[in-house]
Design a protein around this ligand. Structure first.
Ligand code: GTP
Length: 396
């Protein structure tokens, strides 16, 4: 419920308050419709056969018409709210419908034609009590909307008193009743004002609370995003997007622990772009960067998802291949080498052929990671020595 109210167009709690109060008042009015029907039936039944019987059908008709009108407006308000559309233009119709409802209840007074209190029948007393009871109920159901409450009270008691003033009989007595009722209405309105002020403050606090919660949730989301970005930045090489050495070390630790438990083959590739310094020197640092990114992309699309690919240093890359024996690793390394040889880098001349030297080593279960990397490094050195752009297998 509270979150729905956030759909009001203007952001601040104060700006959303009038619409929220109208909506709450409309919701309560709709909920009270059943009791209205029951009240009308009881009053009509009580007066049927009494001196005001002729007026009963009019009372029922007018009261039901007012009920239908207020029902249509409250329903429309709720529909517009549910659709996220503004509904404040219906406020005056709501106030008038409430006034009409009050006036219709006031017609009870016209069914109590005998103003002689000594002769009051049980039904007259019942109706008088019903009218006071309804006023008290309306204090609660319309406590969100002061003007609608005022319209209701004034309409109900004015219509009820009108007959008494107009009725034949001593004016002084009618005025006495009128003053008595006016006093009662004044007390009810005073109490209603108090209730409305409290309700208003309560709803405003609720809206401010919603705002605060929404702001906190937003701040939380921003913090989460910032944390994700910070973690990503701490684990990845900003140029290529590959894992950095720190993140690689963490993943290798997990892998080593899993292999100690479940076993399985594993291989390591160490790659170094050939004559990279020359690319930088002849075509600029930006061209070198583009080559690094292109190599990273080639690695990512040639190797498997489970392979751990990291930027090891300047122009060196390291790949750890779980569940992969050295024979398969050599085939994959050759795929990478061939892929790099086919690469076209926009920053380099069209006929420029990139080369990459690769040292491949198996990782026995009883060997440490540093030792494997060292063997792959030696194999890489051999590949460079043997003329570059080739794959060399490390000695056991
Ligand atoms: N553009 C660019 N260059 C880098 C980056 N990191 C390191 N380098 C350069 O990479 C070059 C590495 O050169 P060398 O280690 O001499 O190796 P090489 O020229 O590739 O020669 P061989 O490995 O023997 O084929 C150096 O010039 C570094 O400045 C980077 O992030 N971007």
């Amino acid at each position: 419920m509270a979150n729905d109210l956030g759909r009001q167009p203007d952001g601040s709690a104060e700006a959303r308050l009038p619409a929220t109060l109208l909506l709450r008042a409309a919701e309560r009015q709709r909920a009270a419709a059943t009791s209205t029907l029951l009240g009308v039936a009881l009053v009509a039944y009580a007066h049927w056969g009494g001196p005001g019987q002729a007026f009963v059908p009019w009372f029922v008709l007018v009261r039901l018409a007012a009920l239908a009108w207020s029902h249509a407006i409250t329903r429309r308000i709720q529909q517009l709210h549910a659709g996220g559309e503004p509904f404040m233009h219906l406020e005056w119709q709501f106030i008038l419908a409430m006034g009409a409802g009050g006036a219709a209840w006031g017609l009870i007074g016209w069914m109590v034609p005998d103003l002689n209190l000594a002769d009051w029948a049980a039904r007259d007393l019942f109706s008088a009590i019903i009218m006071v009871f309804i006023s008290c109920m309306v204090l609660i159901t319309l406590s969100h909307h002061g003007r609608a409450l005022l319209a209701y009270m004034c309409a109900q008691w004015s219509v009820a008193c009108l007959y008494m003033v107009l009725a034949p009989g001593p004016l002084a007595k009618a005025l006495l009743i009128f003053v008595g009722i006016a006093g009662l209405v004044a007390v009810l309105l005073l109490y209603g004002r108090l209730l409305q002020r409290q309700t208003r403050q309560g709803v405003l606090a609720e809206l401010r609370n919603d705002d605060l919660t929404a702001r906190l949730q937003q701040a939380n989301r921003q913090l989460e995003q910032a944390l994700e970005q910070a973690v990503a930045a701490a684990n990845h090489d900003p140029l290529t997007g590959l894992l950095n050495r720190r993140a690689l070390a963490t993943q290798v630790d997990y892998l080593a622990a899993a292999r100690r438990r479940h076993g399985g083959a594993c291989s390591v590739l160490l790659l170094d772009i050939d004559h990279f310094k020359r690319i930088n020197d002849s075509h600029g640092h930006a061209a070198g960067d583009e080559v690094l990114r292109a190599l990273a992309a080639t690695l990512a699309c040639t190797l498997r998802e489970v392979d751990i690919i990291a930027r090891w240093g300047g122009e060196e890359f390291l790949v750890v291949m779980p569940d992969c024996d050295i024979a398969t690793a050599l085939v994959r390394a050759e795929d990478v080498r061939a892929g790099v040889a086919r690469l076209k880098v926009a920053a380099l001349p069209a006929d420029y052929r990139l080369g990459v030297s690769i040292g491949a080593a198996d990782w026995p279960l009883d060997a440490g990671f540093d030792a494997v990397v060292s063997r792959a490094d030696t194999a890489l050195y051999s590949a460079k020595e043997a003329g570059r752009n080739r794959v060399e297998q490390a000695r056991p």
